[in-house]
Design a binder for this molecule. Structure first.
Ligand SMILES: [Zn+2]
Length: 312
């Protein structure tokens, strides 16, 4: 079960789900594996430091809150393409001395702080250069090593055909790393590990022609309404990209990105995902949200899902 219904009422001025009782999966739904009561583990792999947080941070917080193990892995240091404050400084003063190690450490500290807002303490950062990101055997092997070490049930990463090339390549490399981790390991250090599910989050902002040529059949929405303030605070740590402070960008981005699919899901905010493979059930699954959508009036549903909860 990836989602839980928020209990408080929107009359109180925050959150609140007007829908009916949940239809929890039965033990039989998971009889061929461990039950969901055992907890699961989730690894989110991003190309740049903020990617796992912006695309899956709410979902990760939900898993932390239900006692699951969560790890974030970031592949590139991001200084060359994402340190916007330094990029602007170089425009104003081309003679600025760039201390790469200090800047890498600065962004990594921001990710640590962002993850902490979500209750995540296992944060792993590779320092691959972000100037040119392409498929690379060493990167695939390193991601596979993290999979073998952390041993996640679920891996989340970028849509492999993402029009943002670095995102797409990291999505592809993570998909390949999942297969690499499942292969026989002979390094004397790692044991093979099969994950249970691979999910892709999807791009919205980078609407390039490549994005438009690859349909993204979203099937899974995780309701993050009850952790949206945590995600907002987490994103505000990424000051190298002008998040935080008086800048309104973070609020607009979350309201738009998480809000637009939230409208489709009839809740204020969701993170959308696409599973790599179809899941198997004993019967046709119906979400507790869908079961409850007729419990209230249409007006109540619109008032609930139309909320924008992030303060200017
Ligand atoms: Zn990115």
């Amino acid at each position: 079960m990836l989602v839980e219904c928020v209990q408080s009422s929107y009359e109180t001025g925050s959150k609140g789900c007007p829908y009916g009782a949940p239809n929890e999966p039965t033990a039989a739904d998971y009889s061929r594996g461990k039950s969901m009561g055992d907890g699961i583990s989730v690894l989110s792999v991003g190309a740049h430091r903020k990617d796992a947080i912006i695309h899956s941070g709410g979902t990760l917080a939900k898993h932390v809150n239900r006692g699951d193990r969560v790890c974030v892995l970031s592949v590139t240091h991001g200084v060359r393409t994402h340190h916007h404050r330094v990029q602007d400084e170089l425009v104003k003063n081309p003679n600025t001395v760039v201390d790469m190690d200090a800047l890498m450490a600065e962004i990594e500290a921001e990710l640590d702080a962002a993850a902490a807002e979500l209750g995540i303490t296992d944060v792993r950062c590779f320092r691959y250069d972000d100037a040119v990101v392409t498929e690379d055997k060493e990167i695939i092997r390193d991601i596979a090593d993290v999979i073998c070490d952390f041993r996640p049930d679920v891996v989340i990463t970028h849509w492999p055909q993402d029009g943002h090339a670095a995102h797409g390549y990291v999505g592809q490399m993570t998909r390949l790393a999942v297969e690499t981790a499942a292969a026989v390991q002979t390094d004397g250090v790692h044991e093979s590990h099969y994950i249970k599910a691979l999910y892709y989050h999807i791009p919205i902002v980078d609407a390039t022609v490549f994005d438009n040529l690859t349909p993204k059949p979203v099937t899974t929405l995780v309701d993050i309404t009850d952790v949206i303030q945590q995600k907002y605070r987490a994103m505000n740590h990424f000051r190298h990209q002008y998040y935080g402070g008086e800048d309104p960008f973070n609020r607009a981005e979350i309201e738009i990105l998480d809000g637009i699919f939230g409208l489709a899901g009839k809740v204020p905010y969701v993170e959308p995902f696409i599973p790599h493979k179809p899941a198997v059930f004993d019967h046709l699954p119906v979400s507790k949200y869908d079961m409850g959508h007729t419990a209230g009036t249409i007006e109540e549903g619109l008032r609930y899902s139309g909320q924008m909860l992030l303060e200017p």
